[in-house]
Design a protein around this ligand. Structure first.
Ligand code: MG
Ligand code: MG
Length: 257
């Protein structure tokens, strides 16, 4: 069942998303060679709690941390750890905030130091595909229009789209209906209606689209161990517009590439 939000509820999600965006911005200042990924998690959790929020992911189905930190061939759901970032890595940081009864959810992939041109292009294309998906996430379109735009764009560049993990509705629960695949046919799937709030989150691989789950029960990595990128926004659909509720502004003020 899809929960359609009132404009007051969307406003609450937007407030949650401001805390989330600023938490991402604090983390962005620290993404560099020599930093332990568990330290990024600690900074994010402190910032969220200091601003009256609760990290959405911590304890979600037993997830142990506030951030999903997915390095290189890890697609999503990696754990923060003692791993120390090194030159040439890419790191995807996914975070959610629960505040005033509502979640918000967004992710960003960063290059660490000097990253190969090939991998930088993957990041740029994945980020661009997110915005192309959002362009299609308008009232009267269908979910398949969003996934189709993402898939068409990244596959034309020779990349592949992960099928096993998808975007989702966002609201009082972190993951609500509908599912929002990053692939699909135009004109298929649920209609986009007034008050829908969805997370759009392309996961794009340099090599094969196939993924495997590590034995920790969470970490998803590419089957061929080639890199994968992930960007995410939570957006609200209104009859007259689509609004991006989350923000990468604080990331991009603090991290340029
Ligand atoms: Mg997320
Ligand atoms: Mg999500």
């Amino acid at each position: 069942m899809i929960h359609y939000k009132t404009s007051d509820e969307v406003q609450l999600i937007k407030e949650s998303a401001q805390i989330l965006g600023k938490a991402h911005g604090e983390v962005a200042k620290l993404v560099k060679e020599g930093v332990k990924t568990s330290y990024l998690d600690k900074i994010a959790e402190e910032f969220i709690r200091d601003h009256g929020g609760v990290p959405s992911f911590k304890g979600y189905n037993g997830f142990p941390a506030s951030l999903c930190i997915s390095v290189n061939e890890v697609v999503v759901h990696g754990f923060p750890s003692d791993y120390v970032l090194k030159d040439g890595d890419i790191i995807s940081i996914d975070c959610g905030v629960f505040h005033q009864g509502f979640h918000s959810d967004s992710a960003y992939t960063y290059p660490v130091g000097e990253v190969s041109k090939k991998v930088l292009s993957l990041l740029k294309a994945t980020k661009e595909s997110l915005y192309l998906g959002i362009e299609k996430a308008v009232f009267g379109n269908r979910i398949g229009d969003v996934g189709n735009a993402i898939q068409k764009f990244v596959e034309a560049k020779g990349y592949t789209v992960v099928r096993e993990l998808v975007g989702h509705g966002v609201g009082k629960s972190l993951h609500e209906s509908p599912e929002v695949p990053n692939y699909g046919k135009k004109g298929s799937g649920p209609l986009l209606k007034n008050g829908m709030v969805i997370a759009i989150e392309p996961m794009v691989n340099l090599g094969t689209r196939n993924v495997v789950q590590e034995r920790d029960g969470w970490t998803i990595r590419t089957a061929d161990r080639k890199p994968s990128a992930h960007y995410e926004h939570t957006v609200a659909i209104f009859e007259d517009r689509t609004e991006i509720l989350t923000t990468h502004q604080y990331i991009e003020e603090n991290f340029k590439f």
